[in-house]
Design a protein. Sequence first.
Length: 634
Amino acid sequence: MTEIDMVQNSTIVESHDKTTLSGNLERAPLSQVTVVVPTRNERDNIQPLLQSLESTMQGIDTTIIFVDDSDDDTATRIADESLMFTSDGFRPLLIERVGEERVGGLSGAVLAGLEAATTQWVCVMDGDLQHPPATVLEMLDRASDADTSIVIASRYAADGSNAGLSRPGRKLASTMAGQLAKSAFSTALANVTDPMSGFFLVDKSRLDTRLIRPRGFKILLEILVSHPDLNPCEVAFTFAGRESGESKASPKQGLEFVRQLRQLKANASSRLTWRYNIHDIIAVESDKALPELEKFLARSVRGLPSICVRVASLHHTPLGESLDLTGDVPVVTYRERTGFGMSLTLGVNATDVVVTPFVAKSPHVMYTNVVEPILRWRLVEYGFALVHAACFADGDDAYLITALTDTGKTTTMLKVLDRSDLKFVSDDLIILTSDGVVRTFPKPLTISAHTVHALRNTTLNKRERLTLIPQSRVHSREGRRLAFFLTKCRLPVASINAIIQRVIPPPKYHVERLVRGVRTASHATARGMFVIQRGGAGEETMESADSLRTLLANCDDAFGFPPYSSLERLLLAASDDDLRARERAIIASGLFDRPVVAMRSDSLDWAERIPAAVRNWRSFAADADASMSSTEQS
């Protein structure tokens, strides 16, 4: 694969939530876009296409990614023409696929471009001049003022036209292909008139490209079927006639499409089960996407013990908590009259969870209040501890940061990363083994307006920063205290929490959005821990027993909202082991003999002091190694 100019930071641009934008929140005009153009033998179309795009996209920061599968000199033409454009606001790039890289045909080329794009919004268009660049501006306008995540340029919307399909046979074939697709996927395509369009604008942060099976030319159909939560809208356009080159359509492709459509239909139900592989230890399979686990998304979790989450009604279960340990299969149910309901059934290798549709509409609540508590104790059964601590790495050495909830751990972690060369491991959770190995648990970070204000190198745009203001007010330390108070008042807190998070989702972003160019580590070995505390000043070394007690207390503090106590009672009672003692033993062994420093502060300056402490520990360890080596030699 070769590239003209470097496609930097090709990691998927993550969004804090797959359902973040409310219909009541107006989006700011879009100022950045990537245009992905798959090409195959389109040499004579490159110059007029680039000239037209540059003229059209004035004032919009535009990156053009050509993904070329040509057998002629199209790639050379792209490279030569790209040299003519030197503006920072208009950058043509080339990805040339050769040999075995040319998988998936046109869809595979589009997928390669999507994965390389670094902007939130990506437009896909053909390189044959049949897709007018002016329509890109219309799609950008629709994306900026509508609660949508994909804008489709349609030949069959009210004012659209497929006039560029000059032969009657091609027009008929195109119409029939669209009707076949709509018939096969009537629900997913209910609001789409042109599911076979190759011209669309998509919010990349709402996509997981691992769910897309690239093959042939049905990339839009693949996206719509594999991502049922997308909210499509359309703009009409006139499909122009081809000016040069040859059409790739053929009767053979038509037959191939029918066969692929049957396969897509047959696999759609399994495709829509979201599967997450957590370090080959345990899997989570869910009817609904779980944003906190999206970095663990996998095509297959075959052979792993799993937590299976289904969405179904629980009207047949009693209100309140019901725990049954008498049968062969332990079961617990928890249901509130206002809509929140879940049941947990323990099998040998699978843990079956059912949540009501009410819960499923709040994916953060579904994960945090139901899935994560189950993960905590299931991981202990397999010899791992799910520890509530932030973690960064200095080379292969990991350092934990723990604190009571809402003390400032996230802000401290991000400021450390923003101002040092340390690598990010996790912010909220790590998986720890008894030999001290730390594995990342890369949930998106819950931040506040104050957190972003303290960062110097974030990629959040103006709209996202403004949205943080109401989100921070609701999902704050004071909001958490109120929720705990309501719990004690025997109110339906789980239902209230689900409604609040549905209306105002928590401000969650992956670390790549918050610290530009951040380096990450998937695992490291624990070397020390910082316990940050508000109030006072100075530092002191903590005894092992005290630090363990503090860490476990902080872990317990992260749980506590209903239905956690119900889940915990079943999981602990049904196990043959004392899981609390086992969790404590794993953590104690994993952090045994590691230095732990209690760091107090009135000014919350932990981010300035922690890197210095790490340098001191690094220097001390190097001196100790040198002294040991000298002793051995003598």
